[in-house]
Design a protein around this ligand. Structure first.
Ligand code: GLA
Length: 382
């Protein structure tokens, strides 16, 4: 939706203009999957796709939410009451953020919100983290809380963990808060330190969404996390961040096969992330390809979060790009998207190959986005 229509819509719904706008992006993860909640390393970049929220303070304690994408539906709740789940699935994300801000002792005020987003939903590009961080940006500015972006991200993660019942790590919210245009963000999920890594000018980030309907994602996701925690306990470490392959082999006899495989993925993936930072800095396509291919195999065989559709897409795109590209699944798995790194001139190889083979093999159409690394959370008062 163009900006003008967005602003007009706010006026039409609430009978006065908005006072400010908060905007937070989705993300694509280049490498480092399921390492965040194991205190490991990740290398995502924020995308130019974003969730934007126009807002205006109210004189009472009501929070009212409308979304351009769900015109017949709105949500309304009071911050004076206990905040619990409502009927609107997307409205619950706003409730979740209000719940954790309130729990942390922040004094909130009533507000009118209108949401718009061009982050593709259900494709593993973190539309929910974008929404949580954008809402966090609203409360932070509106209530003069002076929170850091890192704290807004942590509260977004708590919203997901404690209200939405998904035991996710910090990657999505932190890159949505702190992303930087034209850069990927190396995050050390133990210290939360971040380092920007420049994306070479001639490198394109192509995202192909399998459009495979994601089912039971949260329960599978949470189970993987439990397996990792159990494996860490059996190696007598607090998290898998402190484990290495020798420790894994030594403790294998105590582990279930799944615990062993999940830990094997995480330990090897952490090493791949650090190597990928160097490969990106050197614009070394061969190294990127080897690392991303190894990551995908590990996600398929050890972490078991791919589906035939995402495996098939990786195969189709890697075959089309040959030595000139690096490809793997990205995000929370069980469907969702794959990410390809290639030269600009090779993008059409991906679009042609997907058009020629994906539907024929899987009976679903894929969606393709050429991603641009964008900035993180922005809040402006008019
Ligand atoms: C989801 C979660 C993240 C991360 C990824 C997998 O996107 O929200 O915290 O665990 O899956 O890397």
């Amino acid at each position: 939706m163009t900006t003008d229509i967005f602003y007009e819509k706010f006026k039409e719904i609430y009978q006065h203009p908005a006072q400010a706008i908060s905007s937070a992006p989705g993300r694509v993860n280049l490498i480092g999957e399921f390492t965040d909640y194991n205190n490991g390393f990740v290398l995502p970049c924020a995308l130019a796709f974003a969730t934007r929220i126009l807002y205006r303070k109210r004189d009472d304690n009501q929070i009212i939410v409308h979304s351009l994408h769900y015109p017949g539906e709105h949500d309304k709740f009071s911050i004076d009451d206990d905040i619990t789940q409502g009927d609107s699935q997307w409205g619950n994300y706003i409730r979740a953020v209000a719940f954790v801000f309130k729990r942390q002792g922040h004094q909130l005020s009533g507000v009118e919100l209108l949401i718009d987003s061009n982050v593709p939903q259900g494709s593993g590009l973190s539309s929910s983290a974008a929404l949580e961080v954008a809402v966090g940006g609203v409360f932070n500015q509106l209530c003069q809380l002076n929170l850091s972006n890192q704290m807004i991200a942590l509260l977004g993660q708590q919203a997901e963990n404690d209200f939405m019942d998904c035991q996710c790590g910090i990657m999505d919210q932190l890159v949505s808060a702190n992303g930087e245009k034209d850069h990927a963000l190396l995050i050390d999920c133990q210290s939360l330190a971040t380092k920007s890594v420049s994306i070479p000018d001639d490198l394109s980030i192509v995202i192909v969404n399998s459009n495979y309907p994601r089912k039971l994602v949260d329960s599978e996701y949470n189970q993987r996390r439990i397996d990792c925690e159990q494996a860490a306990i059996k190696m007598s470490t607090t998290t898998l961040r402190d484990a290495n392959i020798d420790m894994l082999h030594a403790a294998r006899y105590k582990m279930t096969n799944n615990e062993y495989k999940r830990a094997h993925h995480v330990i090897t993936e952490n090493i791949r992330v650090l190597n990928a930072v160097d490969a990106l800095k050197n614009n070394d396509m061969q190294a990127l390809r080897e690392l991303m291919t190894a990551s995908h195999h590990s996600l398929k065989n050890d972490f078991e979060v791919t589906v035939p559709e995402t495996d098939g897409l990786v195969d189709i795109c890697q075959t089309a790009l040959g030595n000139e590209g690096a490809v793997r699944m990205t995000g929370g798995g069980f469907g969702g998207a794959i990410v390809c790194l290639c030269r600009h001139t090779d993008i059409n190889k991906i679009t042609d190959a997907v058009a020629a083979h994906y539907y024929n093999r899987f009976n679903i159409h894929a969606s393709i986005y050429v991603g641009k690394a964008g900035d993180g959370l922005q809040v402006s008062v008019f």
